[in-house]
Design a protein around this ligand. Structure first.
Ligand SMILES: Cc1cc2nc3c(=O)[nH]c(=O)nc-3n(C[C@H](O)[C@H](O)[C@H](O)COP(=O)(O)OP(=O)(O)OC[C@H]3O[C@@H](n4cnc5c(N)ncnc54)[C@H](O)[C@@H]3O)c2cc1C
Length: 472
């Protein structure tokens, strides 16, 4: 058994672990990066990048099928070759992964260890069966894994998760997607547009990350018009029959996309997108003095990322705060810096919250979520994209946006919406939020014509009128 000594040990070479390593080194201390799985990060291998590649193929198929209203006719069949679709998804994905692997392998070999790490005590890690690492500080950046509820585990290889989709060589015929969160919606819609017969089954009425009831109800209808989508269902029975899965589910009465019917159906696969769980089970945290929460993750300060008063820091998806790439990168950098500076830790300055679902129409949220705002403290500005000039020109005129503006300061505090070009508008709004702009200051900004951003102006104007009405 080899024993090595370091100032900072980082567990996990993902999107949080890599910047943690670089930050620790930049702070002038020694650091070791430990990775148990393949290099390349979840984002590049089975997350952001392959999902967006699949969505890009789906968008191409969808656009090709919808030219007729413009007077442009694609005569003949639109043929989707599942093998070619998956070959491009995997080929481009491998290219992205290759860049990450190359940069990770560029880290000096002496600073890298391969193997799963677990704690022996607060400052001692066992890596695989070959090395022990004595570290002054530790960054836990182990990410998360898909959660597969017990009832689906008995389905064997017919219950799949996102990782498996990106290993397909061809597209299947029929898939049930369990979960209507971001991953379920993105993959469900993309597969449906690629000709797969898709049913998305939500459990608790979720429509991606949306919390604003009106926007959520609108989005639910939009998705239900495109594919079999039930935001609130109960799966009553599931069993494997040969190479298929038999399912019985009950839709909720009175939801926008169901009416209490009991449905029995058979699928090639059940894609389980029912949330993710922190990768902490293998860390043997019981061997440490860390206080561990209900989710198994050490209790930590979300600003300094420090677990109690210990020299252990928690960064990226493992902490479950904001499971997004840019947040993981920011947290990794902050955790690496604090691990190096320990005990003189400093708080992370978070950017304005922004999240995007790459569906069509897109779903996005900026700033405070509707549910987190104190009732009565804000006004709501609204725009429908249905009659907005630019949206109608493009025939992408479905969408509803709510912007939230503080009654006291007239500052823009958040927005939730579904609509065209959401990923770009989300950036405008997030930048305005981070600059602490008031609705009035935002309305003084230029708006070209005809552009989708004119919808933002309408929403802000209605908010300004509402503010004037309440005398804010
Ligand atoms: C389908 C999908 C789509 C997504 N799309 C987007 C998107 O569009 N935009 C966006 O911002 N985010 C997206 N995300 C989220 C984004 O991928 C994550 O936020 C990000 O990858 C988290 O990085 P991380 O470093 O925390 O985890 P990871 O990149 O998973 O890194 C954790 C690493 O730790 C290693 N590890 C675990 N346990 C141990 C151990 N005990 N010892 C050693 N190593 C260990 C793992 O092998 C892994 O390599 C998506 C995620 C998924 C699944």
């Amino acid at each position: 058994m080899k024993t090595v000594q370091t100032d900072v040990a980082i567990i996990g070479a993902g999107s949080a672990g890599l910047p943690a390593y670089r930050a620790a080194k930049a702070a002038g201390v020694s650091a070791i990066l430990i990775e148990g799985g393949p290099y390349g990060t979840t984002c590049a291998r089975v997350g952001c990048m392959p999902s967006k590649l699949l969505i890009a193929a789906a968008e191409a198929a969808h656009a090709a099928a919808r030219t007729a209203p413009f007077g442009v006719h694609v005569d003949g069949t639109i043929r989707i070759d599942g093998r070619e679709v998956m070959a491009r998804v995997k080929g481009e994905r491998d290219r992205f992964v290759g860049f990450v692997v190359e940069s990770t392998e560029g880290i000096p070999e002496a600073d890298r260890l391969i193997g799963y790490a677990r704690f022996i005590d607060d400052g001692l890690l066992q890596v695989g069966d070959h090395t022990q690492v004595r570290a002054r500080s530790v960054v836990i950046a182990t990410g998360s894994s898909p959660y597969v509820p017990e009832m689906y585990r008995k389905l064997g290889d017919r219950a799949i998760v996102n990782d498996d989709v990106f290993a397909w060589d061809d597209l299947p015929r029929k898939v049930a997607v369990v979960g209507a969160g971001v991953i379920g919606l993105e993959l469900g819609q993309a597969l449906s547009r690629l000709g797969v017969d898709v049913t998305v089954l939500g459990a608790r009425g979720r429509v991606g990350p949306l919390t604003d009831p009106e926007v959520k109800a609108y989005a639910e209808k939009v998705f239900a018009d495109g594919f079999r989508f039930f935001a609130r269902t109960e799966v009553e029975a599931v069993s494997r029959e040969g190479d298929s899965v038999r399912m019985r589910y009950r839709t909720a009465v009175g939801s926008a996309s169901g009416s209490g019917q009991v449905v029995e159906d058979t699928f090639d696969y059940v894609l389980v997108a029912a949330g993710r769980r922190a990768n902490v089970a293998g860390l043997a945290l019981g061997n440490t003095s860390l206080e561990v929460g209900k989710d198994g993750v050490p209790v930590y300060d979300p600003l300094t990322l420090q677990a109690g008063a210990s020299p252990v820091f928690i960064a990226g998806d493992v902490n479950g705060v904001l499971p997004l790439l840019h947040e993981a990168a920011d947290e990794g950098k902050a955790a690496g810096t604090n691990a190096a500076r320990f005990p003189d830790v400093v708080p992370l300055v978070r950017r304005a919250p922004i999240s995007v679902v790459f569906s069509d129409p897109g779903v996005a949220m900026v700033g405070a979520r509707f549910v987190d705002l104190a009732p009565g403290s804000f006004v709501v500005g609204e725009v429908s994209f249905e009659d907005l000039g630019r949206s109608r020109i493009m025939l992408r005129n479905r969408g509803l946006m709510h912007v939230y503006v503080d009654k006291t300061t007239r500052q823009f505090v958040g927005a939730e919406w579904i609509g065209p070009d959401a990923e770009h508008i989300a950036h405008l709004l997030a930048w305005a939020l981070q600059m602490k702009l008031t609705a009035d200051a935002m309305l003084e900004m230029p708006f070209y014509h005809p552009v989708v951003e004119e919808g933002v102006r309408t929403a802000l104007r209605t908010a300004a009128v509402a503010l004037d009405e309440v005398g804010a």
